[in-house]
Ligand binder design. Structure first.
Ligand code: NAP
Ligand code: ZN
Ligand code: ZN
Length: 347
């Protein structure tokens, strides 16, 4: 065991502050990583403030981790000291259930081990995330990172990237399809980039008029201000697929109405409170309401390799760790362009 500098929420109503945590020594299958950058996901804020009701304190958030391998266990075969690597939302799973066997570890029947906030089978307590100097992870959940891309801008791919990539791939988004992305935040801006790269006609829905030009630059063919009923109505019954990346309560029915017959509205955003769904928009056109959680390890590597090949990264604002509480407040005001990434040298 060794001591490690970190930043943590001590309670749901307290700001994040520095904290020294324990990390395990590498077991034969583990990789020890010096963290260089960690993206700031809205889930970090939901968890730090116990908005989903299952946080256990202290919470050390962070699941968009990029770093360099500093040590490997004796049985590690995929990585060596000095390699650039990433860690996303999971650090382990049961590895044996049918979902894990299919490479869908995020849907592990026993429950995957989240990078932070899950039971830590090695040290007891809960796992601690990437707002820290280093992390020790089973090699099966460590990703290879290309040195071709900017590292600060690569970190958000580990959650915002895979969470939007996975549903776009699952629902086979591609040329000839009209695809909507709702909310231009961390997830949404990656959704726009990926849907565009996959060849779809992309429409971005936003509540922020100031984001229209950015959305077009990021790859949207059209932008709709979702508060404008006429603009919304102009797109009725026209979408094959809509990916909803909104972090707060909103009217899903308005988006169901925009789907074609048999179209799918997929939620990846995880608002604190339940949202109501009317039966009619679903049953009048055999539409589907679905959800999707992050992505499996193999699929995350596929997404990272696609990004390296196509030069895709996140648009980031790099911050010091001491600015994290201010960054959370800006995130709540939808004032992020389009992901904060913490430079871990500042810790
Ligand atoms: P974010 O950067 O804060 O972006 C959320 C965006 O939603 C905002 O930029 C804003 O976009 C829009 N929005 C915010 N409040 C709204 C409201 N009241 N009504 C309508 N639109 C609103 O958050 P994020 O990091 O992308 O995360 C988004 C959500 O996904 C969070 O709930 C997060 O926990 C969840 N998440 C889920 C998974 C998964 O596995 N499914 C993984 C990661 C994150 P505009 O300004 O364009 O309107
Ligand atoms: Zn996340
Ligand atoms: Zn499993």
């Amino acid at each position: 065991m060794f001591r490690c500098e970190a930043y943590a929420a001590p309670a749901h109503d307290k700001p994040l502050a520095s904290l020294t945590i324990d990390r395990r020594d590498v077991t034969p299958e583990d990789v020890q990583i010096d963290i260089l950058y960690c993206g700031v996901c809205h889930s970090d804020l939901h968890m730090a403030r116990n908005e989903w009701g299952f946080s256990s304190y202290p919470v050390v958030p962070g699941h968009e981790i990029v770093g360099r391998v500093s040590k490997v266990g004796a049985a590690v075969t995929k990585f060596k000291e000095g390699d650039l690597v990433g860690v996303g939302c999971m650090v382990d799973s049961c590895r044996t259930c049918s979902n894990c066997q299919e490479g869908l570890e995020q849907y592990c029947e026993v429950g995957n081990i989240q990078t932070y906030g899950s039971p830590d089978k090695h040290l007891g307590g809960t796992t601690h995330g990437g707002y820290s100097k280093s992390i020790v992870v089973y090699e099966g959940f460590v990703l290879r990172i290309s040195d071709k891309l900017d590292l600060a801008a690569t970190a958000p791919l580990l959650c915002a990237g895979i969470t939007t990539w996975s549903p776009l791939r699952h629902w086979k988004v591609g040329p000839g399809q009209k695809v909507g992305i709702v909310g231009l935040g961390g997830l949404g801006h990656m959704g726009v980039k990926f849907a565009h790269a996959l060849g779809a006609h992309v429409v971005l829905f936003t509540t922020s008029a100031s984001k229209v030009e950015d959305a077009k630059r990021l790859g949207a063919n059209e932008v709709v201000i979702s508060k404008n009923a006429d603009e919304m109505a102009a797109h009725a019954q026209s979408f094959d697929f809509i990916l909803d990346c909104v972090s707060a309560e909103h009217d899903m029915n308005a988006y169901l109405e925009l789907l074609k017959r048999d179209g799918t509205l997929c939620l990846v955003g995880a608002p604190e409170k339940p949202m109501s769904v009317h039966a009619f928009p679903l049953l009048m056109a055999r539409r589907r309401l679905a959800g999707s959680g992050i992505g499996g390890i193999a699929e995350t590597q596929e997404m990272l390799d696609f990004c390296a090949e196509h030069g895709i990264t996140s648009d980031v604002e790099v911050i010091d760790i001491k600015d994290i509480n201010a960054a959370y407040e800006r995130m709540l005001k939808s004032d992020v362009k389009y992901r904060f990434t913490i430079d871990m040298n500042s810790l």
